[in-house]
Write a protein that binds this ligand. Structure first.
Ligand SMILES: O=C(O)C1=C[C@@H](OP(=O)(O)O)[C@@H](O)[C@H](O)C1
Ligand SMILES: C=C(OP(=O)(O)O)C(=O)O
Length: 449
């Protein structure tokens, strides 16, 4: 590993919470939906209004990139955003390198867009993103006729000569990845004919849902093996449509686990997105014995949304099946904290994709727990956590390796550990959850941040 922390790192020491967490709050907008809202509206004709957009650094990188490609993107004073696009195929060549910061979603999805426009572009990212694999998208996207020039191993920086008349793709995903699926579908938007993607295990379907919302024809069929086949008709007329972004369940996850673990807590998180391909953590926590109720369920902006009522609970160890991983892939670090506090042993099966996130999350989650006295074992692609029955020793220094989810997980662990926990850098939390410490402090967490 090269650079492990940002140039202006924000270390933090977290002490045990002195009182229960209580109150009602909302979490910022969904990161996956926010990236897509900006990209798809920039490809549509007309003016789209977006409410609830996540103003995290990852999403702001997507906004900058779409502006550099010719879309007009404006933040209004009331916090709403509007995007004016010129229609499919009308992006213009960027004058400079596109810097996607820390965001895998921005880099992967945009690759599909860039491959299918007749422009030349260069994409880079921060030290974490430059370590992450891009061949998983450039391999299938090369089938469009686009040309990619990358470093050894297919990592950023990446030069892309896009193709104005891309060939449609027919691709079976070798890994369960919504980013790869989305990159292929986005390339297919500007291709004549049908683009087909088969996924062996269903992954988040925000791309399919939102493309339909903007006017594309997307058909989805279940396969007998439990997977899905997605068919997109190329060159649709995409028309501006307003988007309402729900609260991010992956951000709510940290508040939920904090409220479950800090004794006596009682918290409501309003307006959380509950797309069933995102709620694996909530299912798992309930299996562990969590008192987690969903109220006020409704559909907003085409996605299911509800309020989460969480009360502190005694949790038991859990066995999480591998096919649940895509519906909770970003939640394993915080689930590992819950499992470390629980009574009994937990096993998370088939979590190999954690190795290619902002950090190697299998290694960094193990280090987070071990540094703080919780025993773990990696068995092939499974992570095993030996619960401490409410007695996490703490006292460790957590290295977050430019990974927002590690930093937030460490902060929750610190709230319930016996000794204070040191976190080397919390700055990357701003990529997905700006205002995290302030919101938790409103509930009584007492972070010194
Ligand atoms: O499509 C998306 O918006 C995302 C998909 C997931 O990545 P993979 O597709 O690589 O699993 C997830 O980890 C990421 O935070 C967001
Ligand atoms: C993996 C994540 O994001 P990305 O791939 O967009 O960097 C995440 O937010 O946990």
């Amino acid at each position: 590993m090269t650079q492990a922390t940002s140039s202006s790192s924000r270390p933090l020491r977290v002490s045990r919470a002195g009182s229960p967490l209580s109150g009602t709050l909302s979490v910022p907008g969904d990161k996956s939906i926010s990236h897509r809202a900006l990209m798809f509206s920039a490809l549509a004709e007309g003016k789209t209004h977006i409410t609830g957009l996540l103003e995290g650094e990852d999403v702001l990188r997507t906004a900058d990139a779409m502006r550099a490609l010719g879309a007009q993107i404006v933040r209004e004073e009331n916090g709403n955003w509007h995007v004016t696009g010129q229609g499919l195929g009308a992006l213009t060549e960027p004058a400079d390198v596109l810097d996607m910061g820390n965001s895998g979603t921005a880099a992967r999805l945009l690759s599909g867009v860039l491959a299918s426009h007749g422009i030349m572009s260069v994409m880079t990212g921060d030290a974490s993103l430059r370590r992450r694999p891009m061949k998983r998208v450039t391999d299938p996207l090369a089938g469009t006729g686009a040309v990619f020039l990358a470093r050894e191993g297919g990592r950023l920086p990446l030069a892309i000569q896009g193709n104005a008349s891309p060939a449609p793709l027919d691709y079976r995903l070798p890994v369960a990845s919504a980013q790869v699926k989305s990159a292929v579908l986005l390339a297919g938007l500007n291709a004549e004919g049908e683009t087909r993607v088969e996924e062996p295990v269903p992954t988040r379907d925000h791309t399919e849902n939102m493309l339909r919302h903007f006017g594309a024809t997307v058909q989805v069929e279940q396969t007998p093996e439990g997977g899905r086949v997605i068919r997109l008709q190329g060159r649709p007329k995409l028309t501006a449509r307003d988007v309402v972004v729900p609260g991010d369940p992956s951000s709510a996850a940290f508040v939920v686990v904090a409220a479950l673990l800090v004794p006596g807590s009682d918290v409501v998180i309003a307006g959380v997105g509950l797309n069933p391909l995102r709620t694996g953590l909530f299912t798992t926590l309930r299996e562990m014995g969590a008192r987690l109720d969903i109220t006020n369920e409704r559909i907003e902006g085409g996605e299911p949304v509800g309020d989460l009522h969480v009360r502190a609970s005694s949790l038991q160890g859990v066995d999480v099946p591998a096919d649940r991983a895509p519906s909770m892939i970003d939640e394993y670090p915080i689930l590992a904290v819950a499992a470390g506090y629980a009574t009994g042993v937990s096993r998370f099966r088939g979590v190999e994709e954690l190795r290619v996130k902002e950090s190697d999350r299998l290694a960094s989650t193990v280090a987070l727990l071990e540094q703080n006295g919780v025993h773990t074992k990696v068995d092939g692609d499974d992570l095993i956590v030996f619960g401490t029955a409410g007695a996490i020793p703490g006292g460790g220094l957590v290295e977050t390796h430019m990974d927002h989810r590690l930093a937030m997980s460490a902060s929750v662990l610190g709230l319930v550990a016996q000794q204070p926990v040191e976190i080397d850098d919390t700055a990357f939390i701003d990529t997905s959850f700006p205002g995290y410490f302030g919101l938790l402090n409103q509930l009584g967490a007492g972070f010194a941040a």
